[in-house]
Design a binder for this molecule. Structure first.
Ligand code: NDP
Ligand code: A1CAB
Length: 276
């Protein structure tokens, strides 16, 4: 089995480590790097996975998963760039950053696969979208799809759709959590104990998500099924429309898309000026 190193075990890096262990990956086949010793020790204690430094990870692992913030990418690439050779596979989870930027920094021919996952990976329910760079072959993509398929669902997309995916499913869980948070507040306003409000809202979210995934209908049909003539739901829906919640959600996703494009802009310009 390939050895996988997670470079930057923050929120998504930890979710990946945890998801892979839950899916049956052996701790011996996993490595991670973290900047702070205390965080590294905590993760090793929690997961039994070995911490190391980025150059050692680059030498020892077959698959390098880059999961630092886009703003932190340069120092990491300075540290490992020359050690990354075409026998390795680089998987980047970084929002906005194009595969071409990584390819320029590693030995020529190194395969790079760009992935946008999301944090439900922690519970084996990630949504991940995968795009191959110039040197990624079908077998590299298969390997990445196998790895991410063990922690959720995977789609393959052209790289120019990655900023849209980042805005929709990469950031998406935050919008669902926001909605749940607001609904729990509403329950509290109506006098329900917090724990009861939370249970009611979370189970309603799980039930609705299961219907969306397993049912055959469109979300509009499912919403109509809840909305009785002259009933309670239509009074609530009218308020959502009055407050422009649909437009606000569309604007939110569009703003996240713009930010993803912005995070990659500098690196795309460098690639263009290199004539790559
Ligand atoms: N969170 C999410 O839901 C998702 C995130 N992503 C992408 O994943 C990446 C990480 O995001 P997220 O997990 O939220 O961010 P975090 O800040 O939680 O995680 C990044 C981790 O990398 C560490 N780090 C930074 N530089 C280095 C380095 N040179 N060597 C080792 N470790 C380093 C950071 O340490 P320190 O704490 O010291 O900064 C931090 O622990 C981003 O590029 C983001 O776009 C993609 C999909 C979803
Ligand atoms: O907020 C972010 O930038 C990252 C990318 C997608 C989800 N979290």
């Amino acid at each position: 089995m390939s050895t996988i190193a997670v470079l930057g075990a923050g929120k998504i890096g930890e979710s990946l480590l945890s998801g892979l262990l839950n899916a049956g990956y052996s701790p011996e086949n996993l490595l991670f790097t973290e900047r702070y010793q205390q965080r590294a020790e905590e993760l090793t204690k929690r997961y039994g996975v070995r911490a190391t430094d980025p150059p050692t990870a680059a030498r020892q692992a077959d698959v390098l998963v880059v999961s630092v913030k886009p703003q932190d990418i340069e120092p990491l690439l300075d540290e490992v760039g020359e050690l990354v050779t075409p026998d390795k596979l680089v998987v980047t989870l970084c929002a906005g950053l194009p595969t071409s930027m990584f390819e320029r920094r590693f030995t020529s021919g190194t395969p790079v696969v760009r992935v946008m996952p999301n944090t439900p990976m922690l519970v084996g329910e990630a949504m991940s979208a995968v795009s191959g760079g110039t040197h990624a072959t079908e077998s590299h993509l298969d390997l990445v799809e196998g790895m991410l398929g063990s922690v959720g669902r995977v789609v393959r997309i052209p790289e120019d759709q990655q900023d849209a995916v980042t805005a929709l499913s990469g950031s998406g869980p935050a919008y669902f959590f926001y909605l749940v948070e607001a609904m729990i507040d509403a329950g509290i306003l109506l006098g329900l104990p917090r724990s009861v409000a939370a249970e009611l809202v979370v189970q309603s979210a799980v039930g609705s998500a299961t219907m969306l995934r397993e049912g055959e209908g469109h979300p509009v049909i499912m919403r109509e099924g809840v909305t009785s003539p002259a009933g309670t739901t239509i009074s609530g829906v009218r308020e959502l429309e009055k407050h422009g919640v649909r437009a606000a959600l569309i604007d939110a996703v569009e703003a996240a898309h713009s930010r993803s494009v912005e995070l990659g802009a500098k690196h795309r310009q460098e690639t263009d000026s290199d004539g790559a």
